[in-house]
Design a protein around this ligand. Structure first.
Ligand code: URA
Ligand code: CA
Length: 434
């Protein structure tokens, strides 16, 4: 087999065989296929696309390029949840204990934040003592004992994807649906879950800005899961504004605790109930989404979900007292209100800009090497549809390093668009693909 012929074939719009795809992934991972040939193939895929069968083969080959987590020692149907990335997306912190509390094991591998989006590991590390350093056998043991556990996703999971993503990033081939779908799903498949629920974000703050692109991506990922024998459900949810009210690591931990107490923001609570209910449906734990939602609501109301969170934190070294006293979380030096000089109704909030503002305050990383401040971030007081009076705070900044404060205030003010007419809150979920 020759890489030249494979590039030629895809350039002309033909389908690649299972053997050809396996040859490419192996050669590229081992370094026998050079970056320039892989770049040419990625560009040919960008223009010509891939069939669902080719995409599933690419996913499987990349999943098998490194370590694969063996969860067979955990009884039951293990479920994973993945978000394509948003601003202030606090769902994982709520869903992990919530779903575990009704008896569905959650074994989660997560990442750190980059750019305008946050990462679950950073958020959990805001809890004093919490550690993601568990061995694979401890990880399995914790899920069996406490119902859920979370570790960091290392470079030994799907190394082929890691290398290909870095190449796509510099060759303008990131935004290809078969390449994105196989990239995300290769890591999910290698992480070992039997069932996968995908939260595909759409809108200004999301990776996929259009509804059509988001549905296509969800369908491509559900097709891969189905092809490979994992129950997969895709939910297309709105990132037209940040989710919930808090953006920033410790602030989002507090928001998750509030939500587990049924005192959290309505949109975050609703999305967690919806994603959670599909996690129960995907694992066969509930007959339908309505029955599943009731089980989850009961767990929130009885305090069981909050208790599961407490035990999960304690098991991974975190101080469980933060659940009753969130002031034990890192606190910023100053709170700075942000106001507008006009009144009206909030028509839109540029989610990506709000994410960038949080990053500039130190809550997120500008580059992989940046140090972050777990205490800082933004708490919004106004969301789409709310009425605002001139001089009334739209948000409070939690600040420690003031160097970029005036820039952040100006950018946050500009991220809010007001109108004179009453506005409806936007849809939270646009559809479900299964
Ligand atoms: N996230 C991924 O993991 N891979 C992509 O290709 C895009 C987003
Ligand atoms: Ca939030």
């Amino acid at each position: 087999m020759r890489m030249y012929d494979i590039i030629h074939k895809k350039r002309d719009g033909e389908s690649l065989s299972k053997q050809e795809i396996a040859y490419v992934v192996k050669g590229f991972t081992e370094g026998t296929i050079p970056d320039y040939q892989m770049s040419a193939l990625a560009m040919a895929i960008y223009f010509r696309g891939m069939s669902p069968e080719e995409t599933a083969e690419l996913t499987l080959s990349m999943a098998q390029s490194g370590d694969q987590i063996d969860l067979s020692e955990i009884a039951g149907n293990k479920v994973d949840k993945h978000s394509t990335g948003g601003v202030g997306d606090t769902t994982t912190l709520v869903l992990l204990p919530l779903v575990a509390s009704v008896g569905v094991p959650v074994a989660k591998l997560s990442g750190r934040g980059l750019g305008h989006t946050g990462g679950t590991i950073d958020k959990l590390e805001a809890i004093p003592g919490f550690s993601i350093e568990l061995s694979e056998s401890q990880f399995v043991d914790h899920v069996n004992r406490y119902g859920c556990a979370l570790i960091g996703q290392t470079g030994t999971i799907a190394p082929a994807d890691k290398k290909l993503y870095a190449l796509r990033d510099v060759t303008a081939t990131v935004d290809s649906i078969p390449l994105i779908a196989s990239s995300i799903m290769s890591k999910k498949i290698a992480s070992g879950a039997d069932s996968i629920v995908l939260d595909v974000k759409t809108g200004d703050g999301a990776f996929m800005k259009t509804l059509e692109g988001s549905f296509d991506l969800a369908k491509a990922m559900v097709d891969i899961g189905t092809n490979i024998g994992r129950n997969t459900i895709g939910v297309i949810s709105s990132m037209d504004q940040p989710l919930g009210l808090a953006i920033g690591n410790a602030l989002e931990v507090k928001e998750a605790i509030d939500t587990l107490r049924l005192e959290g923001p309505a949109d975050l609570t609703e999305l967690c109930l919806l994603l959670g209910s599909y996690m129960l449906v995907a694992t066969g734990h509930a007959a339908d989404a309505a029955a599943a939602k009731q089980m989850l609501k009961d767990s929130l109301e009885s305090g069981k979900a909050l208790e599961t969170f407490r035990r999960f934190l304690e098991a991974q070294g975190g101080n469980p007292a933060v659940v009753d006293d969130p002031s034990l979380l890192p606190q910023a030096k100053r709170h700075v209100p942000v106001v507008l000089d006009r009144s009206g109704y909030v028509a839109s909030i540029h989610a990506e800009e709000v994410g960038t503002c949080a990053m500039l305050l130190g809550a997120g990383r500008e580059t992989k090497e940046s140090e972050i401040d777990l205490a800082v971030g933004i708490v919004l007081h106004k969301k789409i549809g709310d009425q605002v009076a001139a001089g009334e705070p739209i948000a409070t900044l939690h600040v420690s390093d003031e160097r970029k404060l005036s820039e952040v205030i100006a950018r946050l003010q500009a991220a809010y668009v007001l109108t004179d007419h009453a506005q409806q809150a936007p849809a939270l979920v646009y559809g479900v693909v299964s």
